[in-house]
Design a protein around this ligand. Sequence first.
Ligand SMILES: Nc1nc2c(ncn2[C@@H]2O[C@H](COP(=O)(O)OP(=O)(O)OP(=O)(O)O)[C@@H](O)[C@H]2O)c(=O)[nH]1
Length: 349
Amino acid sequence: MIQYLMSSYLGINKQDEHYRHVSLVLIYAISCVCVTTFYCFYNTLIFDYPKMFLIDLAGTIVGLLALYVLLGLKRIRLASWILLLMAAGVVLAVILSRVNANYSMAWAMIIPLMSVFLLGYLWGTVFSLGYLALVVWIARQGLETWQAAPWDVGSAVNVVAIYLLLFMLSCYFEASRRSAHKLLQASNQKLAHLASTDVLTGLKNRRSIEDYLLAHDRQPLFLAMIDVDDFKHINDDFGHNTGDEVLVALAQLMQQLVGDHGVVGRWGGEEFVIVFDDSNVEAFEALLIQLVQGVAATGFGVSRSVTISVGGSRHTGADHKLTLRAADEALYEVKQKGKNGYKIAMASA
Ligand SMILES: Nc1nc2c(ncn2[C@@H]2O[C@H](COP(=O)(O)OP(=O)(O)OP(=O)(O)O)[C@@H](O)[C@H]2O)c(=O)[nH]1
C-alpha cells in the first residue's frame, strides 16, 4: 500500500533517493491516524473519558492534515514538520503531566531520532538540540514532576548523555543510509553503462541501439548497417590483436564522421550500425559516401586496404526490426556486387 501511495501520489519509486525518507513520513502519518482514531473509539465506547477523546480527535485531525499535506499538496517537508511538532507536543504533555513522574523524561528520547529521520541532519540537529534545551529547562523548573528522579547534576548528565547518544545514533544511521544509497546509485549507473556499451570499442552495443530505435519510434530516421569487408583476412594475416585495433580505429573514425548527426553502435563482430538523426535522404547518402571513401582512404596500420560495405534504410518508426532487415538486405546486395560501397533500400519500414 505504501509503495502504491508513493508512486501514484508522489511519483516516487523504490529507486528514488528520497524513497526511504518519504515512506517513513507516510508510515508515520498513517500510524498516527490509525492509533488516534482507535483511541477516539476506545475513550468513548469502552472507557468514557471525554477529555482524552478530544485530545485523540485532535491527533486524528493533525494526522489527516499531515497526510493531506504529504499526498495532496506534495509538501514532504511541511508534513514532516507537522508530524514532528505533534510528537514533540505529545512528549511535552507526558513530561508535564504529574502522573507520569517516573518515566516522563524517557519519552523525550524519541525526539532526536524522529527529528533527524524526519527533517534530515541540519534541521534535525537544530530541532533536537532546541528540544533538549527545553526539556532541561522544564526539569530545572521542578514543575512537581521530578520528585521521583530529582534533577541533580548526576541525572542531568545522564539524561543529556543518553539524549546525545540517541541523536548521534540517528545521525549515523541517516549517514549510512545516504552513503549506501549513493553507492547503490553509482553501481547501478556503472552496470547500466556496462550493459549498454561494447567493451572493445566503447560504442553503444546492440541492445542499446535497439533501445534507441524504440525510444525514437515516432521520428523518421535513417539507419545504416556496416560490415567490414574480408575482415577474416585481416585477422588471419595480422593476428587477432591487430584485428581488434582495426575495429577500434574504425569505430573512432565512424564516430568522427557521424559527429552529432546520429549514433554509432557495434552490432556484433565486424558489423556496425549507425542511426542517422535526420530524415533528409541526401544528407544520409552524403554521409554513407563519406564513410565508404573515408574508411578506404585510411591506413589503419596494416599493409592491406580496409574497406566497408554499407546498407541503408529509412526508419519511420513502424517496426525497427523491419528497418534492420531492409538495411541488411541492402548490405547483402553491396557484398554481392563486389563490396566497398553502399546502397540505400527503397522500401522503408
Ligand atoms: N579481431 C577480431 N575479430 C573479430 C571480432 N569479432 C569477429 N571477428 C572476426 O571477424 C571475421 C568475420 O568473418 P566473416 O563473417 O567470414 O566475414 P568477412 O571475412 O568480413 O567477409 P565478408 O563479410 O564477406 O566481407 C571472423 O574471422 C571473426 O573471427 C573481434 O571482436 N575481434
